[in-house]
Every structure is written in structure tokens, then in C-alpha cells.
Design a protein around this ligand. Structure first.
Ligand SMILES: [Zn+2]
Length: 237
């Protein structure tokens, strides 16, 4: 069943009400959700679903379901499960999600400072990385840190833009990531626009203004293979 993705329009929603639609051994489906499902290198949200009697259902992970548009909220071991039709109050672990949003948005900037095809990437609450298909000699940690922080200081507001599949096909240069297919929804593709800096397909959660990243530091540059030179960053602001 299709779940309304509230985080798509407002990544800052920490709580919302929803109703249980389906319960299977794989997880809980809701009519709408603020929980981001694992995808695009960003981990699934954790948090709680609060029942009307105040009982708290701990959510350990969020995944995409098998049917397109379905989202599975995965309960932690030993936690109570809700009934279909039950109304719930959703609360995401904001202390975990917000740094993920800051690091995720920082990776967009990193992909503009290092000019090379992106061959991989991952985001954790405490660090993030992109892999580039580039010569190791062209990667300088100090320069990348300085130039990314200069962009952050510019304080540009981010925007979400939708284009059609056809418009994306006409502009293949928008897709920087070789291994990740852009998120598509009913013939439309969602883009993150950082005016004057970056424009690329992305279904993840981002900060409203890149100044919220605060600052980053490159902690490690490592050779992970012929086409994977890995740049790892942490928040430093
Ligand atoms: Zn993104």
C-alpha cells in the first residue's frame, strides 16, 4: 500500500500522526510517515510509534517494502506491535536524523569540490563518505576541507525541484552517481538544487540552508580500488 512520504515535503517533521494500514512479520506499514527508508546511501530512520494508551513501540530501522511506494517500519526486538487500523503518534530520533541531514547535504557540496564521477557513497550519523573515480594524486584533504567549508559559509538555501523522466534523459550530466538510480515517482524525478552550486537527482533529506552544516573536515582519503578513491568527512562546525 502506498505510504504518503511526509519527509519529502518537509524533512524537519519530528512528529506526526498516522494510522496503521498493514502489519506483517517484516514490519509495520502506515498511511503516512516521517520515517525515511534506507536508500541513496542514507540509513533508515529510528524512533518510536506511540499508541493511544501511551505505550511506545520502538522502531529500529525503516526500509522500502517490496511493493513500490510501501515503507516498512521495523520494530525493535521485544517491543509491542500495533493492530491494523490503529492510530499512532510517530516520533523520529531527531538527534540521529539531523546530523544525517547535515552530512547528506555536505556530500552534495563535496561532489562539487571534487570534480569526478561518484562511484559510491555512504552516510552514518557521525561520518559520511563519497568514492570518486579519480587519480589519488588529485585528492588533497586540506584543499577539499577548505573549499567545502567556503561553500558552507556562503549560506545558500536549498530547493527541491521536480522534473519529468524525459527532461532528465535530456540532461544525463545531472546524474553524477554511477551506481545509484535517481528516485522516480509517476514519471517525475526529484532533484536537490543548491542554487549556483549543485543540481542532481536525490530522494534524501537535506537541510534548508547549507549554513546549517556548520563545517566539515576531511578525516581520511583512501584507495578502495581502481575506480574508488574514498573521501571521508565528519561535521566540524
Ligand atoms: Zn541528497
Amino acid at each position: 500500500m502506498n505510504t504518503e512520504l511526509l519527509f519529502r515535503d518537509d524533512a524537519y517533521l519530528r512528529s506526526a500522526t498516522a494510522r496503521v494500514t498493514v502489519v506483517t512479520e517484516r514490519g509495520i506499514e502506515l498511511d503516512r510517515t516521517i520515517f525515511y527508508p534506507l536508500g541513496g546511501g542514507q540509513p533508515g530512520d529510528t524512533g518510536v510509534l506511540v499508541r493511544e494508551n501511551g505505550e511506545r513501540i520502538a522502531i529500529a530501522d525503516t526500509r522500502k517494502g517490496e511493493a513500490p511506494g510501501s515503507i516498512l517500519h521495523v520494530p525493535a526486538p521485544g517491543t509491542p506491535w500495533p493492530e491494523p487500523g490503529e492510530p499512532l503518534m510517530l516520533e523520529i530520533d531527531w538527534a540521529r536524523r539531523y546530523p544525517l541531514m547535515r552530512l547528506h547535504t555536505a556530500l552534495h557540496l563535496l561532489s562539487c569540490v571534487v570534480i569526478a564521477p561518484v562511484s559510491g557513497g555512504n552516510i552514518a550519523p557521525d561520518k559520511a563518505r563519497l568514492d570518486f573515480d579519480i587519480d589519488m594524486g588529485l585528492l588533497d584533504a586540506e584543499r577539499i576541507t577548505r573549499e567545502t567549508n567556503a561553500l558552507i559559509t556562503s549560506g545558500v538555501a536549498t530547493e527541491t525541484v521536480w522534473i519529468t523522466d524525459g527532461e532528465l534523459e535530456a540532461q544525463p550530466e545531472l546524474v553524477k552517481t554511477m551506481s545509484v538510480q535517481p528516485p522516480r515517482n509517476a514519471g517525475r524525478v526529484r532533484l536537490l538544487k543548491i542554487p549556483g552550486i549543485d543540481l542532481q537527482p536525490c530522494g534524501g533529506t537535506h537541510v534548508r540552508n547549507i549554513a546549517e552544516i556548520g563545517g566539515i573536515r576531511v578525516t581520511r582519503i583512501r584507495n578502495e580500488g581502481k575506480r574508488n578513491k574514498r573521501v571521508e568527512i565528519v561535521l566540524a562546525g
